[in-house]
Design a protein around this ligand. Structure first.
Ligand SMILES: [Zn+2]
Ligand SMILES: [Zn+2]
Length: 177
């Protein structure tokens, strides 16, 4: 199984973001959608992330001094989805926009404690999907595999909470004795 960590390396990421912007610009240019500096900044901020919600994107742009209205961000994300650069996925409460500009098919592990998302590719899973589909006479057009659980950090945290509860309970018992 290949965890998709290579993409997070800073040097490669900058290049990827630059190339991504060029591709988005070319693609939008072809469909005659106007390209503004504001839109470029939204696309740039989005391409720096693997997954992001519109609210997070809005906060990030705001911190960079760009007051992009929420509906402009929504509109830009919708266009990126239509053009295949992003995919809206609902992990838990909010819609996350998955940056597809430099990825192939991949699956997700999602932490129900903190929302941390890990992406992975596994040819064995890919093969299994095809087999299951073929066995049932299906031709696959889309796949989505989401595994939910607690990440390592949240497991440590929940163990610490449990230990604290146990020691508080023991304290109460000791006082009663
Ligand atoms: Zn993803
Ligand atoms: Zn977690």
């Amino acid at each position: 199984m290949k965890a998709m960590t290579m993409r997070s390396q800073p040097d490669g990421r900058d290049r990827r973001v630059r190339e991504g912007i060029e591709r988005v610009r070319t693609s939008l240019g072809r469909s005659r959608l106007n390209w503004s500096l504001q839109r470029e900044r939204i696309v740039q901020a989005f391409l720096q992330e693997e997954h992001i919600t519109v609210r997070e994107l809005y906060g990030r742009l705001n911190r960079q001094g760009l007051r992009a209205p929420l509906n402009t961000i929504y509109r830009t994300m919708r266009v990126l989805c239509e053009k295949g650069f992003a995919e809206a996925r609902r992990f838990g409460e909010e819609t996350q926009y998955d940056n597809l500009s430099a990825k192939g098919a991949h699956d997700h592990l999602i932490c129900t404690g903190c929302g941390h998302i890990v992406e992975f590719e596994d040819p064995a899973i890919e093969r299994l999907r095809q087999e299951v589909a073929t066995d049932h006479g299906f031709h696959l057009t889309a796949c989505r595999l989401e595994l939910y659980g607690l990440c390592g950090a949240c497991r440590v945290k929940s163990r610490q909470v449990m230990v604290r509860h146990v020691s508080v309970a023991q304290g109460r018992i000791l006082r009663r004795v």
